[in-house]
Design a protein around this ligand. Structure first.
Ligand SMILES: [Zn+2]
Length: 157
């Protein structure tokens, strides 16, 4: 009974949004789905299909490092992406998804089986990585600028 009522309300809402904004029902539904995925309701990991009910610690709308798009990912899949795409250590990659999901250091320490003080140390190292990345980017840019000129000189001779 409760489910039926909820579904009907959802359908009514979609119809109303479609009419008010001159959208097709399908586009209106896509908008509603999008809003709901941001609202953290029963998300399914887009990589492994896990939900918080069947094993994942957290499934949240994380920014996918492969394309910068927001999508539902469980903390394990997101940690895997972070580990392969960033300068974060494996442990930092496991901590960051939980930090972003609003977990406190004590909860993170319990969930990952690491010491509470170590979690705090890793959290500040994660923040430090951003500054480090900017520094390395600057260095890489100036290296590229210099070496590009060098290459031009060599090919001109
Ligand atoms: Zn997953």
């Amino acid at each position: 009974m409760i489910n039926n009522t909820m579904e009907r309300n959802d359908t009514d809402l979609i119809e109303r949004i479609a009419q008010e904004h001159g959208l097709s029902t399908a586009s209106a539904k896509a908008v509603v789905d999008d809003v709901q995925s941001d609202a953290d309701v029963a998300l399914v990991c887009s990589e492994c299909g896990d939900t918080e009910d069947d094993g994942a610690r957290v499934v949240s709308a994380f920014t996918d490092p492969r394309d910068g798009e927001k999508r539902a990912l469980c903390d394990s899949c997101f940690a895997g992406l972070l580990e392969s795409r960033t300068m974060l250590s494996p442990q930092q990659a496991r901590i960051l998804p939980l930090m972003l999901a609003g977990w406190g250091p004590t909860e993170i320490a319990d969930a990952l089986g690491i010491d509470r003080p170590n979690v705090s140390v890793q959290q500040s190292k994660i923040r430090g990585r951003v500054d480090e990345a900017f520094e390395q980017l600057e260095e890489a840019r100036s290296t590229l600028a210099v070496l590009e000129d060098l290459t031009n000189v060599e090919t001109n001779q």
